[in-house]
Design a protein around this ligand. Structure first.
Ligand code: B12
Length: 217
């Protein structure tokens, strides 16, 4: 029954049917399926939306609708409570870098970290290096997470990291980069401390960094 419902969720995301996406997500939650598993089905649906966009069947407006539905289900239905609790809290600043307005991946990471006891300041999307520097100086976060989904984003991330260095703040914060535009090689080349491929992985890296911070103090 859950398997069938999971497929309904994938199909309704692919078909951009918001009501069915919300209904099937609620039913899956009631059946005890974790938010993370539901999220994975939604991502599968999004992959199919993307395939339709690539083949010319869907247009930009459809991608916008897909983004709207993801936001809707994430804010109305999903609560990321299935993740391991971590007792050592840390301060995190997050941003999607300049020129990039994709926010869904960043928002999921922010939600997961908040539900795991991290204090998260989300600077939003299209954030210039100056604003990142300003916030790191003001807040002294333990971790800075930069997100990027488009081809120009790795360059923008590198600019942000360079701006931190120029401001003398690079040594005070650990930088994680992630999002579809980034690879571990690109992360290393731009001088980030870590690359993260997804939600669980990002949480794990944050835990590791907090453990290192605790060891340093
Ligand atoms: C929804 C969407 C949009 C929406 C964004 C809505 C919003 N509010 O965020 C809108 C319509 C606005 C949009 C606009 C554009 N988009 Co768009 N978009 C997408 C789409 C379909 C889904 C991306 C998404 O948010 N997925 C939801 C997240 C939760 O899932 P995910 O991406 O798989 O994320 C996982 C991992 O990547 C990772 N992750 C993601 N983010 C982060 C961040 C961190 C920090 C970490 C650690 C991990 C992480 O964890 C997630 C869970 O496992 C993708 C295609 C695709 N299927 O990826 C294209 C895509 C990203 N867009 C693309 C493009 C080209 C654009 C536009 C330039 C289109 C245009 N011609 O105008 C504009 C860009 C405008 C700009 N300046 O940024 C390209 C990018 C290609 C490239 N190399 O540059 C893609 C890949 C589509 C394509 N195949 O061409 N887009």
């Amino acid at each position: 029954m859950e398997k069938k419902l999971g497929q309904v969720l994938v199909d309704s995301m692919r078909d951009l049917d918001e009501l069915r996406v919300l209904q099937s997500s609620v039913e899956l939650v009631s059946a005890g399926v974790s938010s993370y598993e539901i999220f994975e089905r939604l991502i599968e649906g999004l992959r199919q939306v993307d395939a339709r966009y690539e083949s010319g069947e869907y247009f930009i407006a459809d991608l916008i609708m897909a983004g709207h539905i993801m936001k809707s289900v994430m804010t109305k239905v999903l609560v990321f409570h299935g993740f391991e609790e971590f007792s050592s809290f840390g301060r995190v600043v997050m941003a999607t870098v300049r020129g990039d307005i994709h926010e869904l991946g960043k928002n999921v990471i922010a939600d997961v970290l908040r539900h795991n006891g991290f204090e998260v300041t989300d600077l939003g999307t299209d954030v210039p290096p100056e604003r990142i520097v300003e916030e790191v100086r003001a807040q002294s976060p333990n971790i800075l997470i930069l997100s990027g989904m488009i081809a120009s984003s790795p360059v923008r991330m590198a600019e942000s990291i360079a701006a931190l260095r120029d401001a003398g703040l690079r040594g005070q914060v650990r930088v994680i980069v992630g999002g579809a535009a980034v690879t571990s090689e690109a992360a290393e080349a731009m001088g980030a401390d870590a690359y993260s491929a997804g939600v669980k992985d990002c949480l794990k890296v944050c835990h590791e960094f907090m453990a290192l911070t605790a060891g340093e103090s």
